[in-house]
Design a protein around this ligand. Structure first.
Ligand SMILES: [Zn+2]
Ligand SMILES: [Zn+2]
Length: 347
């Protein structure tokens, strides 16, 4: 059985559970760990059964609860190297890090993980604590917010490295001292399919203002699911990927008029509208009308802006684009919401 459950979608947090065969993965962890577990239970999913977390890109609405969730569950996190590096830089107290410093940090953390059996007690929370608040979480979130508010994630490394801890002291830093510590890190690359248990993942590059953002086609048990949010437009490589799907989650971020007349400052409007911003209702509809092959049983519109869109506008635009192709068997149109999970879709 393949099951796809969007727990949250939008600029305040993105998170989806995908089950295929005996494998369960979380795609993005943009809710706090506590909220993420609450919504999983609401949707009938058990957090303790997750096998891995996969990250599309390092923006806060996709990684907010990442470190805490991965630590609580003791599961690996899959990133592209560029995304991992950007995420670490944002959480790092020194904020800016040269490539050499980053490599050194990764090496140190890998060594710590190898030494883990000795320090296991630090990390392994008993399962009955899954629902309890973790004091470290708000610190991690605050740290993300501070870093994002005050630094350009893609700026050049500055000349300001903080002194590294003395390696000769022999003392491992406490896990909670290091907001970037994860139980295990795995890399993947756009364009190179890989597997996690019974789920095959095919990551592809998307145009978005992050370090190395990706969308995915997931497949398991012959079911193919496309996942494309946070993209400024749909380039040919993405069009190619979003074919022959059983389910498509597609961004329908804003209504162009609402965005133009809305409350955002001009610079933010420019960013959203740009080729590395977000997909408008019009752009999503254009894809559905002109390029989409009409094969999916379900189309889910996601990442709707709360300020610059209305669910009905997104829905009407997509319905019009599907030109009566929607039926009980094909092209059923659903809208993913920010504040509650979408009912699980099973194949
Ligand atoms: Zn986003
Ligand atoms: Zn983003």
């Amino acid at each position: 059985m393949v099951r796809f459950t969007v727990l949250a979608s939008g600029s305040r947090g993105n998170c989806t559970v995908l089950c295929g065969g005996r494998t369960r993965i979380l795609v993005d962890a943009g809710l706090s760990c506590r909220e993420l577990f609450r919504r999983m239970k609401l949707a009938g999913e058990e957090p303790a059964t997750l096998n891995a977390i996969v990250i599309t890109h390092e923006h806060q609405d996709h990684v907010n609860g990442l470190a805490v969730t991965a630590r609580k569950l003791g599961i690996p996190v899959y990133f592209t190297e560029g995304t991992y590096r950007a995420w670490m830089r944002w959480l790092s107290p020194r904020r800016q890090m040269s490539y050499a410093q980053w490599l050194e940090m990764v090496r140190k953390q890998a060594a710590e993980r190898r030494a883990e059996p000795e320090s296991e007690a630090l990390e392994n929370d008993p399962p009955d604590e899954l629902n309890q608040d973790e004091p470290g979480e708000s610190a991690v979130e605050n740290s993300v917010q501070t870093a994002q508010a005050s630094s350009n994630p893609d700026s050049d490394p500055g000349p300001d490295p903080a002194p590294a801890p003395d390696p000769s002291s022999g003392r491992q830093p406490l896990v909670k001292d290091d907001p970037t510590w994860l139980p295990a890190v795995e890399y993947f690359q756009a364009g190179q399919p890989f597997s996690i248990g019974d789920i095959c993942l095919n990551p592809f590059t998307i145009p978005h203002d992050a370090a190395d953002p990706v969308g995915f086609v997931f497949s398991s048990e012959g079911v193919r699911l496309g996942f494309a949010t946070d993209l400024g437009y749909i380039p040919p490589n993405v069009r190619e990927q979003l074919r022959d799907l059983d389910l498509l989650l597609l961004e329908s971020n804003h209504d162009l008029e609402m965005l133009r007349d809305g409350p955002y400052p001009w610079s933010v409007k420019q960013r959203v509208l740009s080729r590395v911003g977000h997909l408008s209702n019009d752009a999503a509809s254009q894809f559905l009308a002109a390029d989409y092959d009409g094969q999916a049983a379900y189309i889910i519109l996601g990442h709707l802006s709360e300020n610059n869109n209305l669910p009905e506008l997104a829905r009407v635009a997509a319905e019009r684009a599907l030109l009566g192709r929607a039926s009980l068997l094909a092209n059923r149109l659903l809208l993913a919401a920010q504040h509650e999970p979408l009912s699980a879709i099973s194949f």
